[in-house]
Write a protein that binds this ligand. Sequence first.
Ligand code: PHE
Length: 452
Amino acid sequence: MAPSRPAERGQPPERWGSGLGFVLAAAGSAVGLGNLWGFAYRASQGGGAAFVVLYVVIVLAVCLPVLVAEMVLGRSTGHAPLLAPVTAAGRRWAPLGWLFLAAAVGILSYYAVLMGWTGRSLLHALLEPLPADMAAAKDYFTAISSGGDAVLGHLLSLALTGVVVAAGVRGGIERLSRWGMPLLFLLLAGLAIWAAFLPQAREGYATFLLRWDASKLADPATIRNAFTQAFFSIGTGIGAILAYAAYLDRRSPIPREAASVVGMDTAVGLMAGCITFPVVASFGLADVVGSSTVGTLFIALPTGLASLGATGRLVAVLFFTLAYIAAITSSVSLLEVPVSSLMDRLGWSRGRAVWLCVTLIALLGLPSALDVAVLERMDAIFGGVLLILGGLLLAVLLGWGSSQRFRSDLEHSGTSGSLVAALLWALRWVSPVAISLGLVVSITDLVRNWGG
Ligand code: PHE
């Protein structure tokens, strides 16, 4: 028997206040720490412009059709991520619902730790002078990323995420995105303009974004980086956008909304690059960033800015504010996956589902909070492999298993027949093949580096 919708159990269905509200919330989910840190350090690992080109091609040809599929699955079933695959294609697809749940919970458990570091860096920049040199910055980073400080940052960030999600789709998530996203764009644009006037700005763009070497297009490391970055950054494949799309009305133009989300996400990645690369080049930090780990930018950025005195401190405050906004609009979408699933499957109230999930995720994230090596492995498994696997299964489900659902949902909301056909073609032939290849590379890499 198909599971019943919340509305059928007498609860009023939740809805977005407007189409713009949904787009901003979905863009908020996509734009996150992945854009600010991930893009900068992956782009700096030697791929140059080839990395950027590959990244954009993968986003458009592979991620965009999957994002549309994920939205269609959410809207057409009206169910949360756990039940949507079963509703669309029967019991055989139940494991995909569980995969969504596991991936979202796993990612949020370490994402909240990264948010904690970000919040702590913001407080530090507000209250104390920036670290004077690299050694001081490293000590400072070790202090915030281990022990009590890291645990506290993790718990507070999760609690804040819980407060927003508990306030509901319209009153919490949409409201946060409506003021957060415009503010984020404003800060980003302001900082990019400021960075353009740094002494070595041109050199920064040149080394990281404009250096063209065609052979890098076939370099496995560049391909892997572009692939992982594209999927994590768009955030499709784990049900976060699916959960949001379940609150969408039947008429909203999904392909156009998906294109806006993808456009904003890519623009933020590039703009973040236009801030970090000039800073890195102007303050001689290229070596540090090149040998990057998750912590690098937390160390390099404040050190570079320290030499600018009060201006540097102001820039650091604005940058970490921007990063924290980006992070929380993403973490709420991750929390919405298990929360909406519990509400949908067990009929729980939102508040009860939120606090149970927050408690479990807080516990699950403790090992990552206490040990950066664990965090990196969690990222490799959940952010690298499970997320991409979810994308593959979504492409198969809506491209092959339930293609009729894909077609009729989009045509009913006014998408032209030729656009639907093109999207379906990409979903059937391009996405699964490309994702399978990317997955093989990611898993091989994971296994190879496991001991190291
Ligand atoms: N896209 C987010 C980021 O770039 C992270 C995320 C992944 C959000 C998956 C939702 C789903 O930080």
